[in-house]
Design a protein around this ligand. Structure first.
Ligand code: DSN
Length: 421
């Protein structure tokens, strides 16, 4: 017996009170603030049990029934269940549930579909894309020749004719559909038609809308794409992790790319939580949730427009919207800060053709996945719009922020979060 053994059964509060205290403060922040970051939601407590379970002790490199370690008889059953549930939920030929993050999931799809130096056509980051869609500092920008498409200046929607023209001109090996800050429905059939015309492979990154797709509140990219990548922790309300779906012809290559190509051992506690996330997302209650997320976003967007705000593209079809804050003579950076002081958490975000730098911006990205997971509905969206309006209309007024903070804390307390933690 060593001194270390005594730690095995001791609670965190006795081993590391400093970290335990900070987790407690973060729990309080999550309970008392209104969470509008479009890529965040709340995960059911059962999934946290899985994430904090003894599965963390196990190595299981390889795939079910072809593992490189002994003692995998239970964890490979968990992985098989996760794979089958992902395939059924999204109607996919094949699923790999091992990728640790959305960026890694994209890497797995890209490495399977193309070689270094090949051309990739994807959405520009400053008009709604993601770092892993070709940013110069990202591995994508360093490994591939990137051609970027964006939105039309007038409509602020994807310009599919422009995508088609760029595809004809540059003959990409891969076309990426999907975005991190695009409020409108994406026409996956149109993307596939463009890809087929030029002989490209279509990779769809559905991370933001995966929960809406699972719940039937957004068209599915699966029938149209050779690869679909996603995280599990956004609108899917699952653990912090990712997965890749693909058609049968790429199944073996994808699995080889994920392991041993890019990753070693899967993080099994996350794989278990992904399995339960897929189970919950297949239930009728999740359909109701997904529809309410969209309804809440449309209501919040409309309520902000009624109060004189400009919403990029004139509204939203999904879970998020981009608010142009220039009419209030402030920047996205200031708007994020003062709303934070008022108990509303958001992120500054570039709007299309934004004259400001990425760390400043003229916009805010707002999403309704988290507030809907707490149980809020359209009535609460009006209250939140009102608080946003008051705070952004009086950026110098601390009293307005203080009053809004009290109101938002009261609203939050009416929708208790993790009451038994
Ligand atoms: N997907 C990003 C977001 O939307 O916040 C994070 O990488």
């Amino acid at each position: 017996m060593t001194q270390f053994n005594k730690h095995m059964d001791a609670p965190l509060r006795t081993i590391d009170p400093e970290i335990d205290g900070l987790i407690g403060k973060e729990l309080d922040r999550q309970r008392t603030h209104i969470e509008l970051i479009a890529s965040e939601s709340f995960v059911p407590r059962a999934l946290m049990e899985e994430m904090g379970s003894i599965l963390t002790n196990k190595y299981a490199e390889g795939y079910p029934h072809k593992k490189y370690y002994g003692g995998c008889e239970f964890v490979e059953q968990i992985e098989e269940i996760a794979i089958e549930r992902a395939k059924t939920l999204f109607g996919a030929d094949h699923a790999n549930v091992q990728p640790h993050s959305g960026s890694t999931a994209n890497q797995c799809a890209y490495f399977t579909a193309m070689n270094p130096g090949d051309t990739m056509l994807a959405m520009r980051l400053d008009q709604g894309g993601h770092l892993s869609h070709g940013h110069p500092l990202n591995f994508t920008g360093r490994m591939y020749r990137i051609v970027a498409y964006g939105v039309n200046r007038e409509t602020e929607r994807i310009d599919y004719d422009d995508v088609a023209n760029l595809a004809r001109e540059h003959r990409p090996k891969v076309i990426v559909a999907g975005a991190s800050a695009y409020p409108r429905k994406i026409d996956f059939a149109r993307f596939r038609a463009i890809a087929d015309e030029v002989g490209a492979i279509l990779v769809t990154d559905m991370a933001h809308i995966a929960g809406l797709v699972a719940g039937g509140a957004h068209d599915s990219p699966v029938p149209h794409s050779q690869f679909v990548t996603s995280t599990t922790h956004k609108t899917l309300c699952g653990p912090r992790g990712a997965f890749v779906l693909c058609t049968e012809e790429y199944a073996k290559d994808l699995d080889r790319t994920v392991f041993p190509g890019i990753q070693g051992g899967p993080i099994l506690q996350m794989v278990a939580a992904k399995a339960t996330c897929f189970k919950l997302a297949a239930e009728p209650a999740f359909k109701e949730y997904a529809r309410q997320v969209v309804r809440n976003a449309a209501t919040l967007s409309g309520a902000l427009q009624d109060r004189g705000f400009r919403i990029v593209s004139g509204g939203t079809d999904n879970h998020l919207m981009l608010l142009d804050v220039r009419p209030k003579s402030i920047t996205g950076k200031i708007a994020e800060k003062i709303l934070g002081e008022a108990g509303i958490t958001t992120n500054k975000n570039a709007i299309p053709f934004d004259p400001e730098k990425p760390m400043v911006t003229s916009g805010l990205r707002l999403g309704t996945a988290a507030v809907t997971a707490r149980g809020m509905g359209v009535d609460q969206m009006g209250e939140i719009a009102d608080a946003i309006d008051r705070v952004l209309s009086a950026p110098e007024d601390e009293t307005v922020r203080k009053n809004a903070r009290a109101k938002m804390a009261e609203l939050a307390s009416s929708f208790p979060l993790y009451a038994n933690l």
